[in-house]
Every structure is written in structure tokens, then in C-alpha cells.
Design a binder for this molecule. Structure first.
Ligand code: BGC
Length: 759
């Protein structure tokens, strides 16, 4: 029925009308065609709350927005490792969009954290594609359960903000497939977002909004994406080129420029009307999807959503350090010095297009005061500068001295961390570091609470007894913090990215941000924990790490088979027990390690995780299902994923560095890898392949028999590694060109045989 309607619209549209469907009406809406009764689709930012504007023009003034619930930003939510929570937040966001008449929420963002300096990392989940993809899936399914669409962004490799509109990310195929595209792939396949937003930058020389390989070939054909590819706002280079290669919609309106260029391209034959129709059809499908919601009743309970935002903030906080079990604090029993301008003005969200107006913001001081016996507040530092104020410092020191515990709230100001620019370093402002130092000189019990979108260097870490990484916690942050400090909520967040001790030991250093537009991803596959693990660099806090007020015990790892093929699935089971005396939640992480491989691979990779809630003494079984992709790498020669035969370790633990259970399985590949040999191949290549080894056995035997007492193993190795052509040159006529041609013919025939090759 719908399809008939769309076909009918298409058949009635003029070329001008079709072209206009592929470019925005204004800043936030698609073009309507009143004559045919085709309405606009309304899109607004996202991702952590609805940036709700009643006008459809460009407006950067957040005070003009209508209030909506401000949830923690993605880098915080990712630490919850909680698919269910992400689903709930998605549904709440969907309801708020519905109530506001917004058809599509512009998010979530699943770009990976290549460098912690990227100013927009707060809007992204993780350094790991599996975790990012899984959480994005839950979020998208949540929003779309309310018949509101999402926009999965920014496709792809938008990993720095500086020069983001012209940057050219030079990335090898394996890193693209296994990392940067993989988070999108998981979300697209498992949740079909209504739209995918093409990034501003170029990838390997081509703009993302006119990238046939990324858009038509991978996203649409290979992954089966059914929705609309919308350009990031102003990301279009040449619109007709975009339409040919898989872009469907330019946003925002380019005031007739884009539409005219499409018409002109069709008239000149540069763009066919069939290609244009494909894009228009997808936009019309979006119109139909959005129209389905009209008329449904909507109840949007903002108070309930505030409670959800607070719960999410509490479940996302990561307890990084807790010396002497200073936390949880004792309700009503300790005199508290609350220090830091951020305690009154906490950073609860990031800067840029996602910045929105909360319905209300928890009062942190009030929430802590409610629990503390007595509380004094001191500003400690100035938020607008880095200048150390002696007066503020002295007052803070005096307050800390006169109290039993000091809580210092610190974080990054917006001028340092936002969309559109990157950080220069990983430190806190100097006046905030100075306050931590000064207070810790007079008070042994210092708790540092951090509000920042991405990792920090913490040269002061030793001076604090406890550190809570709260990221950008949204409007419920204040209440959530009090709940965690006083143990009403047992912290269960685990880092979704590695914290390095020093920017100089991060993967993209010193290539980030790079010079000019061209930015080479020289670290290839090795970002995040993949880098720290493989290079044996000790991070300050590893991926997956986070403390709790209780303890957990892992046991009884079981697998349903020891041997499998790449067509099987493997079920992994284990038990986790709460061995402490408080209710707690634990995220069990499963990593896979390929024990030997013909290509370089990371030490291990996350392939499963599960969050469980346990009463004191309670035990639960956790199970994971692994399929081929959990073992596979992307083989650029094959142009496909390949799970190589061999042994794989299944590693289970509480963080990437804390592996508690482990077993090994053997996998047999069903893939036939056909190898072609030529004059540049070596004897070693032929020996390595069980199909071709018998062919050259005679030759290698003859060679080893003819070795006199002076020839050594070294010589044998030397010959094995030479290109085959050299055998002709060095055999003094015993091995001729004709013989080589014959050998190659036999070898290639054998290599292409129908029996599977086991490597
Ligand atoms: C951002 C997108 C955002 C869009 C609309 C762009 O500058 O990169 O994430 O959705 O603007 O505001």
C-alpha cells in the first residue's frame, strides 16, 4: 500500500519537484510538496537530549530552545555498558520528540575515539567498535520504538574537529572495516536507523557525501541499509555527484543551489533520472514512516525522564580509585568541605550542536547536604580562567582543614572541549590542579569528582584518596553523585576507553591532529586497548576498568564445544557471584585472542559483555554466543571477513587487563583461500600451502641432498625466501625458465583445487 503510494507520488512529480526532495526546505525540514500532499520531515539534534527549536532557521542560541530532558552524554552512558538502560533512554527521547512534533532525532554518534584530544569525543561512545555498535543499537531501537527516527552519525572517520569539513582521513582497508566502519555496521544491521548522516570529511581522498564505496557499495548494498543517507549539515561538495554515489538528502537547504545543480545534471546527462528516483524514493519512504505517528496519543512524563536521567548518571559513573575505602561516605556523620566552582555549575553536557536546554538541573550542593552531617562550600578556582587565585585557594584550604572529608569537583570548561575544535593537551586547567594539590596538603581524605567529556592526564592522582569519573552527567548529575558518594547507588560504571598516563603514549600521537587536511591513520588497527595491549604500554586506567563497593567472583567457565567451524556458533557460559555485602552490578567482559594468524592482529578484542545485578551472596549464570565474526578479521585480498583455522583463546574478565577465566577453542575454516603464484613468489610460499608443498617436495629434497658440508641452514633459508625467478638465475642451467613456468602452472592448479585449505 505504502509502496504503491510512493510509486504514485514519484510518477506524478516533475523533475523540479524530485530535485527539491533531495535538498532541505530550511535548516531542519525536508521539502514538502503541497500539490501532492507530501509533508516535510522535521529533524533536530540529539543525541543526549532534544535540542528543541520552534523555528526552523539556524539558531545557535540555546536559550531559545524549549526545555527537554538532558541525559548524560554518550561517553558517560557508554560506561554503563547497559543495553537495557540505553534502550530506556532511547524510548524516553523518542517520546519527547513525539511530543514536540520532531520526526528524527540527530544521533547517536558512533565515531571511534582515535585520540582523546578530539573535541567531540563526549558525543561518541567508545574506542571499541563492538561496544559502540551494541549501545547504539539499543539506543536506536529505543527511539524508533516510538515511531521517531534516528540519524546514525558521522559516517565515517570524523575523528577530529579541526578542519573537519576538509580533512582527508587516510585509512587502510582493514582499519576501516574492523574499526571505523564496524560500529556503524553493527548498528545498521541490528537496528536499521531511519537515516545515516554522512560526515564532513573525506576518506581516502573522497568526500563522505559522495563516496561510492562507503555509501552505495558498503552501506546500502553490503549492509542492506534501507533508510536515507542525509549529509551532515553543509557537508555536500557536489550534490549530483552525491546522488549518483548514494547520498539521498542534502541538509540544510542550500537555498536552491543544490536543487538547480541536480536539474542541470539530469538535463546534461551527468545524473540519470533513475539515479535521482532512487534517492527520491528513499526520502518519500521517510515521509511515509514519519507520517505514521500523526494522531497517536502521546504522554510525556518529564519528571519520570528526569529520574531516568539521574539513574543513568549514577549507573555510568566510574569509580577509578578508592584508597582505604573512603567511599561510600557515612550518612550524617562526616563534616564535608565541598570545593570547586563546578559543584555549583557542573558541566553536564558538551558544547556545539548537541547543546540543549534541560527541563531542570539537580542542585548538587543540596543533594550532598541532604546526606552530609555538615557542609561548607568553597569555590576554589575561577571557571573562566586558569589563573590561580590565592584568596580562593586559601579559603578552600581552610575549609578542607576544618572538615573530615574534602570533595573537589573539577572538570573541563567548554572553551576547551566542544564540537568544532580539539583539545591541545589532556590536563585540567592549572588552577583546578593547584586546588587538588593545595587541599591534599592539609586533608588526607580527598575525593576528586571529574566532569569532562574525555580522558584526562592526572598527575595529581596520587594525592586523591578517591576519584570518580562522572563524564558529562546530564541534568540528574547532582543527585546521582550524592547517591554514589553515600552508597545509595553502588558504582558500576566501567571505562569505555583507555586512560593513558600521558598523551605521548596514546595511539595517534604524534599524528593527531596532523598537518593540514591530510591525516594519516598510521597506527592502523591499533587504537585504544588494542594499542596499549599490543605495545605493552601500561595505561593509567585500562579499558573496561571500574571499581565497586562490593566484590565479585568469577567461576565455572564452560563452552559447548572445543572444536568448531566458522559456520557454527559457540556458547560460552560462566558464573559470577557477589562476594561482598552490598547490592552491586558487574559487567562481565569477553575478549577473543587469535593465537596465530597470517596477518597482524590485536592482542585481543572485545566480543561480548553482559551487565548483571546481584544481591550480596547471589550468583548468576552469564552466557554469550559467538559466531564467525567474533573470530574473523577483514581480509582485504579476499574482500571479505575471514575466520582463519587455528586456536583462539576465550578470555573473560572484569576489565581488559583483569582476565579471570580463560579457555581455548579450535576453529576450522570452511573458506577456500585460493592463492595465485607467480615468478615473485618464493619456495617458502609454496611450502606453506599444504596443496602446493607436495609439488615442490622433490625440488626441495634435491636441494637439501646436494648441500655439501659448507652449506648451512642459513643458505637453505636464503634459498627458500628467494623469489622463484632467482632459482633460474642461480641454478647454472639446472632449473630453466620453462621448468619454472611448468612449476607455476602445477602450483596454481593445485592451489585452486576444491579441497579446503587448512592453514
Ligand atoms: C553536526 C551534526 C549535527 C548537525 C545539525 C553539524 O554541524 O556535525 O552532528 O547534527 O550539525 O546541527
Amino acid at each position: 500500500m505504502e509502496q504503491v503510494k510512493i510509486k504514485e507520488w514519484l510518477s506524478l512529480m516533475t523533475l523540479e519537484e524530485k530535485a527539491s526532495m533531495c535538498s532541505g526546505k530550511d535548516y531542519w525540514r525536508t521539502t514538502e510538496i503541497q500539490r501532492l500532499g507530501i509533508p516535510s520531515v522535521v529533524m533536530m539534534n540529539g543525541p543526549h537530549g532534544l535540542r528543541r527549536l520552534d523555528e526552523y532557521e539556524v539558531n545557535f542560541d540555546v536559550s531559545d530552545c524549549a526545555p527537554a530532558t538532558c541525559f548524560p552524554s554518550a561517553s558517560a552512558l557508554a560506561c554503563s555498558w547497559d543495553r537495557e538502560l540505553l534502550g530506556e533512554i532511547g524510548a524516553a527521547l523518542g517520546q519527547e520528540c513525539h511530543a514536540a512534533g520532531v520526526d528524527i532525532l540527530l544521533g547517536p554518534g558512533v565515531n571511534l575515539k582515535r585520540s582523546p584530544l578530539c573535541g567531540r569525543n563526549f558525543e561518541y561512545f567508545s574506542e571499541d567498535p563492538y561496544l559502540s555498535g551494541e549501545l547504539a543499537t539499543a539506543y536506536i531501537n529505543g527511539v524508533q520504538s516510538q515511531h521517531v527516527g534516528t540519524s546514525l552519525k558521522h559516517y565515517a572517520c570524523n575523528n577530529r574537529e579541526e578542519r573537519r569539513m576538509t580533512t582527508d582521513a587516510i585509512v587502510e582497508e582493514r582499519a576501516l572495516r574492523e574499526l571505523y566502519l564496524n560500529s556503524f555496521e553493527i548498528a545498521v544491521k541490528n537496528s536499521q536507523p531511519w537515516t545515516v548522516m554522512s560526515a564532513y570529511n573525506r576518506v581516502n581522498g573522497v568526500y563522505c557525501s559522495e563516496h561510492p564505496h562507503l555509501l552505495n557499495e558498503i552501506l546500502k548494498q553490503e549492509w542492506g541499509f534501507e533508510g536515507v543517507v542525509v549529509s551532515d549539515w553543509g557537508a555536500v561538495n557536489v550534490l549530483p555527484e552525491g546522488i549518483t554515489t548514494g547520498l539521498d538528502l542534502e541538509m540544510p537547504s542550500s537555498e536552491g543551489y543544490g536543487v538547480a545543480s541536480i536539474i542541470q545534471a539530469v538535463r546534461s546527462g551527468a545524473l540519470t533520472e533513475e539515479e535521482l528516483d532512487l534517492a527520491v524514493e528513499r526520502v518519500l519512504q521517510l515521509v511515509v514512516r514519519a507520517a505514521k505517528r500523526t494522531g497517536q496519543p502521546i504522554t510525556c512524563d518529564y519528571e519520570k525522564n528526569h529520574q531516568l536521567a539521574r539513574r543513568a548518571a549514577a549507573d555510568s559513573m566510574v569509580l577509578l580509585k578508592n584508597e582505604g575505602e573512603l567511599l561510600p561516605l557515612l550518612t550524617g556523620q562526616q563534616k564535608i568541605a565541598l570545593i570547586g566552582a563546578m559543584a555549583l555549575n557542573p558541566k553536564i553536557q558538551g558544547g556545539g550542536s548537541s547543546n540543549m536546554k534541560p527541563t531542570k538541573v539537580d542542585d548538587m550542593m543540596e543533594a550532598i547536604l541532604d546526606k552530609a552531617g555538615e557542609l561548607t562550600y568553597e569555590q576554589g578556582y575561577d571557571l573562566d580562567s586558569e589563573q590561580i587565585s590565592e584568596e580562593l585557594e586559601q579559603r578552600a584550604v581552610a575549609a578542607a582543614k576544618g572538615s573530615e572529608v574534602a570533595i573537589i569537583v573539577a572538570g573541563l570548561p567548554e572553551r576547551w572541549e566542544s564540537e568544532a575544535y580539539d583539545r591541545q593537551h589532556l590536563r585540567l586547567p592549572a588552577n583546578q590542579e593547584a586546588i587538588i594539590h593545595a587541599v591534599s596538603q592539609v586533608q588526607g581524605k580527598v575525593i576528586v569528582v571529574l566532569c569532562n567529556g574525555a580522558p584526562l592526564e592526572m598527575p595529581w592522582a596520587k594525592q586523591a584518596s578517591s576519584i570518580i569519573e562522572a563524564y558529562l552527567g546530564g541534568q540528574g548529575f547532582g543527585g546521582a553523585l550524592a547517591a554514589v558518594l553515600y552508597g545509595d547507588v553502588n558504582p558500576s560504571g566501567k571505562l569505555a576507553e583507555t586512560f593513558a598516563a600521558d598523551i605521548r603514549c596514546t595511539p595517534a600521537y604524534p599524528d593527531f591532529p596532523g598537518a593540514g587536511d591530510r591525516i594519516e591513520y598510521r597506527e592502523g588497527l591499533f587504537i585504544g586497548y588494542r594499542y596499549f595491549d599490543s605495545k605493552h604500554i601500561e595505561p593509567m586506567f585500562p579499558f573496561g576498568y571500574g571499581l565497586s563497593y562490593t566484590t565479585f567472583e568469577y567461576s565455572q567457565l564452560r563452552i559447548d564445544k572445543k572444536e568448531l567451524t566458522d559456520e557454527d556458533t559457540l556458547t560460552v557460559r560462566m558464573r559470577v557471584r557477589n562476594t561482598g555485602n552490598r547490592l552491586g552490578k558487574e559487567t562481565v567482559q569477553l575478549y577473543v585472542k587469535d593465537k596465530q594468524c597470517r596477518l597482524i592482529r590485536p592482542e585481543k578484542e572485545l566480543k561480548g559483555f553482559a551487565k548483571v545485578e546481584l544481591q550480596p551472596g547471589e550468583e548468576q549464570e552469564v552466557s554469550f554466543t559467538l559466531d564467525k565474526r567474533a573470530f574473523a578479521y577483514y581480509d582485504p585480498e579476499l574482500g571479505d571477513w575471514h575466520a582463519e583455522s587455528g586456536d583462539f583463546d576465550i578470555l573473560i574478565g572484569g576489565s581488559s587487563k583483569h582476565i579471570l577465566l580463560q579457555t581455548t577453542v579450535n576453529l576450522r575454516s570452511s573458506a577456500v583461500l585460493v592463492q595465485r603464484y607467480d615468478r615473485q613468489s618464493s619456495l617458502a610460499d609454496l611450502i606453506a600451502n599444504p596443496r602446493t608443498e607436495p609439488i615442490i617436495r622433490q625440488l626441495t629434497q634435491a636441494m637439501s641432498e646436494s648441500r655439501d658440508k659448507h652449506s648451512s641452514e642459513m643458505m637453505a633459508a636464503f634459498i627458500r625466501e628467494m623469489p622463484l625467478r632467482s632459482l633460474v638465475a642461480f641454478s647454472k642451467g639446472a632449473f630453466t625458465d620453462e621448468m619454472l613456468e611448468q612449476l607455476l602452472e602445477h602450483a596454481n592448479a593445485a592451489a585452486g583445487g576444491s579441497e579446503p585449505v587448512s592453514q
